[in-house]
Design a protein around this ligand. Structure first.
Ligand SMILES: *Cc1c(COP(=O)(O)O)cnc(C)c1O
Length: 345
């Protein structure tokens, strides 16, 4: 078999949710947008629901409708992008709660679906989504009279605990929402770790559930094992891979493994990346190809049948560092070609 095996540990995922949940006294939701950060909403969401998650967040109504079909009635499903044109039927039929981002969205929602639940998203400085202060002030009394299910905002720099943006946004959010009856939410994974001032009534972790930074204590959720297709010996002076970027200085045993940039192992990680065989680390040689990578297995005493790229020792964040990106991007890039195996809760 020449496809890599991606193992997703649902027990570790649920343990991460409980660990993040125990850091606050609030309701802890779960963010499962982008197919649960690439790990599979169809498997991830039921595991989370079963372990106690009652509120879920997705990016788009289409994702929300898919999630509703998976979860059935019961859990609340919030949609960050709010009520866009064309969303009305999905919102009604799947019983979604759009986070309204503007006066336009508010008008669209109350006209199309009067009495249907909604939330409000406020911009507190990130300038990405949500009503600005002036817009909110104009709408506030009307909106609050319709009893929003949630009022939320999002932090831009929560992964940097000492960043001045955090207290700045906290102050803005507090000024904009103090005294309202509706439940409030400000913190994603990073915000949970900033402490109780940031927790309000609902927290919305995503990346921490899936084992990524900034939740450094997370249990690893993802394991990626890549089969070796072929091994060969190269002599000093011979090259490996496209464009001859790696040239052997001494005799080297090279394994060609069956995954590449088409599987989300982005080319940029190239020369800095390592694979693991037990406790031995094996260096990537030359360029990452579309479906293959060359690896130095000279140090191994046996012919490996597979090598690990992601495991308990090198996480999605380690791989992200090699590629100059973040764990979020590695997770959401994980390819469709992998054989996926889910360890039960
Ligand atoms: C993606 C997202 C989250 C989850 O963030 P993590 O950093 O993955 O915990 C929460 N809220 C909003 C608005 C988001 O876009």
């Amino acid at each position: 078999m020449a496809v890599a095996e991606l193992t997703i540990d649902l027990a570790a995922l649920c343990a991460n949710w409980h660990a993040l949940s125990s850091k606050s006294h609030t309701e802890t939701a779960a963010v499962v947008k982008a197919d649960a950060y690439g790990l599979g909403m169809a498997q991830v969401a039921p595991a989370l629901a079963q372990t106690g998650v009652r509120q879920f967040f997705v990016a788009a109504c289409e994702e929300g409708a898919e999630l509703r079909a998976i979860l059935g009635t019961g859990p609340e499903i919030f949609v960050f992008s709010g009520h866009m044109e064309g969303d009305t039927a999905l919102i009604r039929d799947a019983n979604l709660t759009p986070m309204l981002n503007s006066i336009d969205q508010m008008l669209r929602h109350v006209e199309a679906l009067p009495g249907h639940s909604f939330g409000i998203q406020l911009d507190t400085g990130m300038n990405r989504l949500g009503m600005e202060d002036a817009e909110w002030r104009a709408l506030r009394e009307i909106a609050l009279a319709q009893r929003p299910a949630l009022v939320m905002s999002h932090l831009a720099c929560a992964d940097a605990p000492d960043h001045a943006m955090n207290p700045f946004q906290l102050q803005n959010f507090t000024d904009m929402t103090d005294g309202i009856d509706a439940p409030r939410s400000l913190a994603a994974t990073g915000g949970i770790l900033l402490g109780s001032d940031y927790h309000f009534d609902v927290t919305r972790p995503g990346i921490g559930l899936y084992g990524g930074l900034p939740f450094a204590q997370a249990r690893p959720v993802v394991h990626l094992s890549i089969p070796v297709i072929q091994t060969r010996d190269v002599l000093a002076g011979e090259s490996v891979g496209y464009s001859n970027t790696w040239i052997a200085q001494s005799p080297t045993r090279v394994a060609t493994i069956a995954a590449g940039y088409a599987d989300g192992l982005i080319r940029a990680m190239g020369g800095d990346a390592w694979l693991c065989h037990g406790d031995t680390r094996c260096k990537v040689l030359g360029r990452v190809s579309m479906d293959m990578i060359g690896v130095d297995v000279t140090e191994l005493n046996e012919e490996p049948s597979a090598l690990d790229l992601i495991n308990a020792h090198q996480t999605v964040d380690t791989v992200a560092d090699w590629a100059g990106t973040i764990g979020y991007e590695i997770l959401t890039s994980l390819g469709a070609r992998y054989k996926r195996r889910y360890l039960p809760t």
